[in-house]
Design a binder for this molecule. Sequence first.
Ligand SMILES: *Cc1c(COP(=O)(O)O)cnc(C)c1O
Length: 400
Amino acid sequence: MGIYERLGARAIINVAGASTRIGGALMPPEVVEAMSEAALQSVSMTELQAAASRTISELTGSEAGYVTSSASSALTLATAAILAGLNPAKIDRLPDTTGMPNEVIISKEQRTGYDHSIRLAGARLVEVGMNEAAAGGGIRRTEIWEYESAITSQTIAIAYIADRNATPLLKDVVDVAHRHCLPVIVDAAGELPPASNLRAFVDTGADLIAFSGGKAILGPQSTGLLLGSKAHIASVALQHLDQDERFDVWEPPEDFIDKSELVGLPRHGIGRGFKVAKEEVAGVLTALRLFVEGKIGADFSGQRGHLEYLADGLSGLPAEPRIFEDPVTGAPVMHLVLDARAIGMSGVEVCRELRRGDPGIFPGEGKLDEDTLIVSAFTLDQSRTEQLTRRLREVLRTPS
Ligand SMILES: *Cc1c(COP(=O)(O)O)cnc(C)c1O
C-alpha cells in the first residue's frame, strides 16, 4: 500500500500539469533528500531566509529574494511590503489601510482568481482597459496611456499578470510606473520554463516578481519565490518571519535586514500565517539550482517518449492523439480528440469516468467542451504511462 492509501486517500495519475489541486509537481530525489536532511537539524529562519536571498540573487540576478509559501502568498507579501515598508506601526495595522494610499492598478483583462492575494494585504484594485478581446466586442487590448491616466496620489503600485500573450509589454508598463516612482508587482507564477525567464523578468526592471516553486522548478508544492529589491525583501521578511523576538538580542544578517533603519520590531505581520518550513526552503533552493543549471526541467525527450507510447497504445480506438510541442517552453502535450459518438460519452463524461476510476486519472480540462482531453506528461514515468494507457483503452473502447 502506498502512503496515500495508508492515509485513507488514493494516489492518482496527474496528467493535467502542475495543478495545485492535484498535488502539483513531483519532486526529484535530490530535492526530497535536501528536505529530509533539513528536517533533522534546527536553524534560525531569519538566517536561512537571508541565505535564500543570496542564493536567489545569484541564480536569478535579482537584488534580493525570499522563499514564500506559494506564488500567491508572494503577491500578498509584495503588496504588504509596498504598503508598509519598514514602518512597524503600518506593518501591525495591515490589512487595515484606512487613510493610507492603497490603490493598485491592474488591467481588466489581467484579472484572475489570484489577484485576491493582492487585495488580501489591504490594497484596492483599480481596473484599467476593457475586456473587448474576450467579449468579442472589439480588437483593442489595454493600452499604456490607460495605465498612466489611472495614476493618482492614492496609487501605490501597478500589478501585472505575466503571460506570453500579455499586452502591453511588461517593460513598457515598468517604464510608465517608474516615471511616476511606482513599483510593479508581477505574477509570473507559471512563466517557467525556460529557466532564462528568471533573469528575463528581472531584466525588465520590475520591482517584485512572484514565481511558483511547485510548478516547473519541481520544488515543494507549497513554495513560491519572490524576487525584488533589498528594501522590499527586508519588509517582506519583517511581515513574514515569526516576530516573537527581543529587539535587543535580534541580529538579522545586515545584508538582509538593516536593523539600524528600524525603530523597533513589529509584532506578527500579515504573512505570519503563510509560514514556510525550513525543509521547504531547503527543497526549493535545491530545486531552483538544479533548474537553473539545466539538470531538471530542460530535457523533454522522456516526456515526449511517454506521450508517443500512449499514442501507440491507443491505436484503433475512436480517439485521435495529437502531440504538440509548446513553442515557448518546449514541453510536449497531447490533445486526445475523442469521437464522442463512437465512444458513447462526451468529453466531460469521459473525464469524470477517468477521475473516478482505478487508478484515478486527472487530465487537463481546458478543452472538454470540444470532446478533447489535454494530456501533459509532466508527472509521467514508464509505470504510470502504462497504467494510463491501460485505463484509457478500457474507457474509450467502442460500446459493443
Ligand atoms: C499557478 C499560478 C498562480 C499560483 O501559484 P501558487 O504557487 O500555487 O500560489 C498564480 N498565478 C498564476 C498566473 C499561476 O499560473
